[in-house]
Ligand binder design. Structure first.
Ligand SMILES: C[S@@+](CC[C@H](N)C(=O)[O-])C[C@H]1O[C@@H](n2cnc3c(N)ncnc32)[C@H](O)[C@@H]1O
Length: 274
């Protein structure tokens, strides 16, 4: 067992916490804070809307999973789905989709929205590092900012996506653009001056008063991401870097119109199983 008592109490910042100490942090944090997160961002995300990122890129415009009319005959899996707004949009358009998340709070929030909208599809609690599905059981796997940033074992998630996908199946995920890690995570002017090395992949962590890791977020460089995908058996189709629309005024944490004009906030990786 990791000796998490060696971690500072009430710490937040960059720290090489052991991956064992941080293993359950994502679930702990999202179980405790999922409802507050949705209070803050729920109106932007909607109940039935497939938005890839704070820049507001919609699947209806980008078609990164493939043409919508073709998706209707495919099996689609969302991991780290949160309240499953994206899956609900797909289900509304006749797609056979299963939404999963590690957090029971988030799955309950998704269920509440299924009841509220009357759009029904399977919701399941599942860790993206260990998916409860058979080999080759899906045509498309995706996540919009789910799971990957919150685990040290991101390659395990890529391997699981590859395992449950049929060959030629598509794996699409959005994450913070790697360049953002070199800049302070604030929406104003201070967020425009790099203050960390892009090459420093020390994770951001938070600990509670006992020194347990309760939140962890991980940075991978662009090269790290590409190599991890290749090792898991994917070839890269595209990296989409959505631009900030000139009429988009919404601030989300460190994402803002000011910064969006200058630096990319999101990277969406589109890969296919070899
Ligand atoms: C930023 S939300 C993304 C969900 C949704 N697209 C949204 O924008 O709200 C991140 C989600 O990842 C989930 N998550 C974190 N670690 C996970 C893991 N190991 N397996 C599955 N889901 C995980 C969290 O519970 C949370 O619901």
């Amino acid at each position: 067992m990791a000796d998490s008592s060696k971690l500072p109490q009430g710490f937040f910042g960059y720290h090489t916490a052991s991956s064992e100490a941080a293993h359950s942090a994502g679930k702990v944090w999202w179980d405790r804070n999922g409802a507050d997160y949705l209070d803050e961002h729920g109106d932007f995300l909607g109940d039935t809307d497939f938005c890839w990122c704070p820049e507001g890129l919609r699947e209806s415009d980008a078609a990164l999973l493939g043409p919508l009319d073709q998706l209707a005959s495919r099996r689609v899996l969302e991991i780290g789905a949160g309240a499953a707004q994206c899956s609900r949009w797909l289900a509304e358009h006749g797609v056979s989709v299963v939404a999963t998340d590690i957090s029971s709070t988030m799955v309950a929030q998704a269920r509440l929205r299924n009841d509220r909208t009357g759009i029904d599809f399977p919701l399941q609690e599942a860790d993206a590092r260990d998916l409860p599905f058979g080999d080759s059981s899906f045509d498309v796997v995706f996540t919009a900012y789910g799971a990957l940033p919150f685990v040290s074992e991101h390659e395990q998630i890529h391997r699981e996506a590859a395992r449950v996908l049929r060959s030629d199946g598509r794996w699409v995920f959005s994450v913070s653009h790697p360049i953002r890690w070199a800049f302070p995570d604030v929406p104003g002017e201070a967020g425009l001056t790099a203050n960390r090395s892009y090459f420093d992949t020390t994770p951001y962590i938070e600990t509670d008063d006992s020194g347990n890791v309760v939140y962890a977020e991980h940075h991978r460089t662009l090269g790290d991401q590409v190599r991890a995908l290749r090792r898991a058996g994917f070839h890269l189709v595209d990296i989409v870097e959505p631009e900030w629309p000139s009429d988009h005024t919404r601030v989300w944490g460190g994402w803002s119109p000011l910064r969006g004009k200058m630096i990319p906030g999101t990277a969406i990786f589109v890969a296919e199983k070899i």
